[in-house]
Design a protein around this ligand. Structure first.
Ligand code: CA
Length: 353
């Protein structure tokens, strides 16, 4: 994360081994110099685009980083417009608490959120969905990325929160609101959020950044409080917890700790699977029995989610091919894009198409 007033960023990396960490670090570094002058919405869009290209190029230059990606949620204070400009990609979120009402400002780029929007699942099913960590947009996997950018009006007293899904998969919005409104300081609020998400299972790393908008002429801070109302961010628990132990897990013993760790790994695998699936291609047979080219993995997940998309279908019937050729289509071997494309071109040429 980056906390450098007037700019705040949360990035939640994913990808094998250390790659996710490299991706999120690179995303955050892209904001270290602040935003360029000019229209803040355009500046934020450009900064996210630049971060995306940097991660994408890194992933291509180093095989150990292939397929890495990260979410990003960035907030920049636009003092002139009395607004907070928010840009995001992925499932890290931004919220605003005003007059006791907590409003979610971002819409997750996730498979589950898309299903919810299409009415395929309910809000309650979405909150509990096994595939909720699969995101549909991220920085890194593609050379270009579309960020959602918006300006949210801000007034003294507004509390803004940026957070990774490690918080929101563990705590519902109602509980988050209670903890925010019940806390006596921003630091106490971040502590309460992270601690309770850990108590609820802490299946993923948790990053929370809070900032409060104040009127410079009439500061909201209580006497004796730091003039800056930006809480020191807290992280937990996967990497940190694995080494130092998270208090509640120490109390509940080794078995609880192992289970929590196992679930954390599952979440990482599910996230990683989406990226991995974008890198591979295979040949198969479409619903009309024709040889077709697919991007992704030849698997179907529960709830009718496929890990592949059809990219091209030929006029060649799989059943008319020689046995050896048929095997190359029905075996669903994973191939590079070039390999899969040249094989399908070869089949078309031989069949006279
Ligand atoms: Ca996460």
């Amino acid at each position: 994360m980056l906390v450098r007033e007037p700019l705040f960023v949360v990035a939640d990396g994913m990808g094998g081994a250390q790659a996710g960490e490299v991706a999120s670090m690179t995303a955050v570094q892209a904001f270290e110099g602040g935003l360029p002058p000019g229209d803040p919405e355009e500046a934020l869009r450009d900064a996210i685009g630049l971060a995306n290209r940097t991660i994408h190029n890194q992933a291509h230059a180093d095989a150990s980083l292939a397929g890495m990606g990260t979410t990003i949620t960035a907030a920049a204070v636009n003092q002139e417009a009395e607004a907070i400009v928010i840009g995001h990609v992925g499932d890290s979120r931004a919220y605003r608490l005003r007059d006791g009402i907590l409003q979610r400002l971002t819409r997750d780029h996730s498979l589950v959120e898309e299903m919810r929007r299409r009415g395929q699942i309910t809000e309650a099913q979405a909150e509990d969905h096994p595939q909720r960590s699969i995101i549909t947009r991220a920085l890194g996997p593609e050379p270009e990325v579309e960020a959602d950018i918006q300006s949210v009006p801000s007034a003294p007293g507004d509390l803004f929160m940026l957070c990774s899904d490690g918080l929101t998969t563990m705590l519902g919005d109602e509980r988050i609101k209670e903890l925010l409104t019940g806390a006596t300081s921003l630091e106490a609020a971040t502590n309460a959020l992270v601690d309770e998400a850990n108590r609820a299972g802490g299946r993923d790393n948790i990053t929370v950044v809070l900032f409060l908008v104040e009127d410079p002429a009439n500061p909201l801070a209580a006497p004796g409080e730091q003039p800056t109302l930006i809480a020191p961010p807290r992280r937990g628990p996967v990497e940190d917890g694995a080494v130092t132990g998270v208090p509640h897990k120490r109390r509940t013993g080794a078995i609880a700790f192992r289970i929590a760790l196992g679930l954390a790994v599952l979440a990482v695998v599910a996230g990683g699977l989406f990226y991995a699936s974008r890198q591979v291609w295979f040949l198969g047979t479409d619903s009309a029995g024709r040889v077709a080219l697919y991007q992704g993995l030849p698997y179907e997940l529960p709830f009718g989610i496929s890990m592949y998309t059809e990219k091209y279908s030929t006029a060649v019937q799989t059943g008319k091919l020689s046995t050896q050729r048929q095997d190359s289509v029905t075996g669903h071997s994973l191939r590079s894009k070039n390999d899969a494309t040249s094989l399908i071109e070869d089949i078309e040429t031989r069949e006279g198409i």
